[in-house]
Design a binder for this molecule. Structure first.
Ligand code: FAD
Length: 391
């Protein structure tokens, strides 16, 4: 297991404290030992190694953002770096962990009352409970801010949820799914913790997916689902509160895109040194080197962007447009890098055996979720011009 990544060309890892570097080392070691050997087979079968959630959580970085669960002081750069290390080996595994550790725990961490945080976050950080995050709907993806159709109606101390969700990762096995719905009284967005087995809640796996195949995404139906007021996120009262959660988690997707392109780039470097054509390793040819250098440039620019974005998160200066610019830029660079990596592997690059095809396919979902590239560009465009082009 490398102590330093060659793809970290400018040595950004040095920005981490010694304690953080050690924790990153444990994650890297875990990913190489436990995940890399099984990633291609699980991906091929579209199955999720749920049994690895608990051992991964025992490394201590799940939910590391939340004071209730912190095992050591850590920075947003550290948390992002961990996500990058997961995606570098398997972008699906990064999503599987991130949906619970990032999306679900951030919803509870930012939107929960002190009692809710104390009740849910520690067991989730220990890996005893797995979370999911249900925002997207069959008829509402990019426009969830205004297009949410799932409703929440209050009757005394009980809420009744009705509607449908689509694409919800981990939902078929999660212990708790955070469901976002519109309050029929004030038309504002509210968040609800729906526990496993709640009557009226059904999650059906989406089959035949060709990207992030390890992630178990589900269609959810909610029919007269009764939730106690004590399981409503007490700090969420509008779409603005939800947007705060999404800004933090969008940073995580930029780091994931970075890890995805590093994984493909590393596999391509290895392959091109081994593969010979015209009597020489293809790595010795100028056009191949040009593609590898382009990949390394994309990676280096993206690390710089992710690192600064994370520092702004810690400084409290990060705005929606900062997170949006990084998500759009890094995922675009990722898409180019995985395609170049696939290209230098020739025909073998489209089989799982060369180690590039999985990243190539997975990049498509990363490019689209948590705000498509275009929606994020439009958030930046609104910030530049003062005109919202999408409302
Ligand atoms: P649409 O909104 O239908 O967009 C289609 C196209 O139209 C895009 O190119 C988009 O950019 C473009 N477009 C839309 N509006 C405009 C406009 N005004 N101007 C210009 N272009 C526009 N969601 C969850 O809640 N929880 C999850 O766990 C989750 N996991 C996911 C996992 C995977 C593998 C995938 C693929 C998705 C997941 N999602 C999840 C949903 C994801 O966030 C949405 O797919 C994403 O927000 C885009 O929505 P959509 O797919 O409905 O696309």
């Amino acid at each position: 297991v490398p102590e330093v990544l060659d793809a970290d060309f400018y040595g950004f890892q040095d920005l981490l404290t010694p304690v953080e570097q050690e924790a990153v080392g444990r994650v890297r070691d875990f990913m190489e030992r436990e995940v890399r050997p099984l990633a291609d087979d699980y991906w091929d079968r579209a199955e999720c190694p749920v049994h690895l959630f608990k051992p991964f959580a025992e490394l201590g970085s799940v939910g590391a953002a939340w004071s209730e669960t912190r095992q050591f002081e850590n920075s947003a750069v550290f948390r992002g770096w961990v996500g990058m290390e997961l995606a570098r080996v398997d972008s699906s595994f990064c999503t599987f962990i991130g949906v619970s550790s990032g999306l679900a725990m951030s919803s509870i961490g930012l939107g929960g009352s002190p009692e809710q945080r104390a009740a849910w976050l520690p067991p989730m950080a220990r890996g005893d409970l797995i979370g999911a995050f249900g925002l997207t709907e069959p008829l509402s993806g990019s426009d969830t801010a205004r297009g949410l159709r799932t409703t929440a109606t209050r009757h005394g101390d009980t809420w009744v949820l009705d509607g449908a969700k689509r694409w919800i990762g981990n939902a078929t096995f999660a212990d708790v799914v955070v469901i976002w719905a519109k309050d029929t009284a004030d038309d504002q967005v509210k968040g609800f913790m729906v526990r496993k087995g709640t009557p009226g809640f059904t999650a059906t796996k989406i089959e035949r997916k060709q990207s992030l195949r390890i992630v178990q995404n589900a269609d959810i139906t909610l029919e007269n689902v009764e939730i106690a007021e004590s399981d409503r996120l007490q700090g969420i009262n509008s779409f603005k509160d939800l947007a705060n959660v999404l800004r933090v988690t969008r940073d995580g997707v930029s780091w994931q895109a970075l890890g995805t392109m590093i994984g493909a780039y590393e596999a391509a470097v290895t392959y091109t040194k081994e593969r010979e054509q015209f009597g020489n390793p293809i790595a010795s040819y100028q056009l191949v080197q040009d593609k590898l250098a382009t990949g390394l440039g994309n990676i280096t620019a993206s690390i710089a962007m992710c690192v600064r974005l994370a520092q702004m998160q810690d400084e409290g200066t990060q705005r929606d447009q900062h997170a949006a610019l990084a998500k759009a830029f890094v995922t675009t660079r990722m898409r180019e890098t995985v395609a170049l990596a696939r290209e230098v592997c020739g025909g073998n690059g489209i089989t799982l055996d060369t180690g590039v095809a999985r990243y190539f396919a997975d990049a498509e979902a990363v490019y689209t979720f948590e705000g498509t590239r275009d929606m994020n560009q439009l958030i930046v465009g609104r910030s530049i011009t003062g005109h919202a082009a999408f409302v």
